[in-house]
Design a protein around this ligand. Structure first.
Ligand code: FES
Length: 206
């Protein structure tokens, strides 16, 4: 895996076609690559670069800015325990310790069976339910150590399959709509604005 294939290749080409400038599709295509492999592989970076007419370095440089993209394999479930202020005040550090002991790995590592990666995360905007836990970008709280162990048990048994998607999957609904404004109109507006900019620059030089 790595390069898009089959149905994912069709989706990737469609995503690239949604933007007047295909390079704008770098981020959604990285999400698609992560949906396929769980992380953004070097092969996926090269393929995305081909699809959008960029260099691999540009794709890597854009994607590496965002914490949500992983460049190394991660567990099937990426679990983030928040220790930011609200969660810290409501036992976030204790919960992180309990999570680490339940999973048997320290933050930043993956369980030997490849099922869970534990992370300590900054605020995930679930402060009113502190201390909060994020699992594959779905949110739970308030969670205590027993609740955490219960969640892990439910994940292992598949009980939460309908609620928590495969790692890397973000949207519940696929975007499948053309641009709201025809590409020709966008190009014409760009050309008009470029013309105005050049005219302004020329008048400053006189
Ligand atoms: S501080 Fe933990 S979710 Fe905001």
């Amino acid at each position: 895996m790595g390069r898009f294939e089959g149905e994912l290749l069709v989706r990737a080409e469609k995503v690239a076609g949604l933007y007047p400038d295909p390079r704008s599709a770098i981020i959604p295509l990285c999400h698609l690559a992560q949906e396929q492999d769980g992380y953004v592989t070097e092969e996926a970076i090269a393929h995305i670069a081909e699809l959008v007419g960029a260099t691999g370095a540009e794709v890597q440089g854009t994607a590496s800015f965002y914490d949500m993209f992983k460049f190394e394999p991660v567990g099937e479930y990426v679990i983030g325990v928040c220790t930011n202020i609200s969660c810290m005040l409501r036992g976030g550090y204790g919960l992180l310790e309990a999570a680490s002991s339940t999973l048997g790995v320290p933050p930043g590592e993956t369980t030997p069976d490849g099922m869970f990666t534990l992370e300590e995360v900054e605020c995930v905007a679930h402060c009113d339910k502190a201390p909060a836990v994020q699992i594959n970008y779905r949110y739970f709280g308030p969670v205590d150590s027993e609740g955490f162990a219960e969640l892990v048990g439910q994940l292992r048994s598949g009980e939460l399959d309908g609620q928590i998607p495969k790692h890397g999957t973000l949207g519940r609904v696929l975007r499948d709509a053309p641009p709201l404004i025809p590409v020709e109109e966008i190009d014409a507006e760009r050309a008009r604005q470029d013309g105005e900019r050049e005219a302004r620059a020329a008048s400053r030089e006189v």
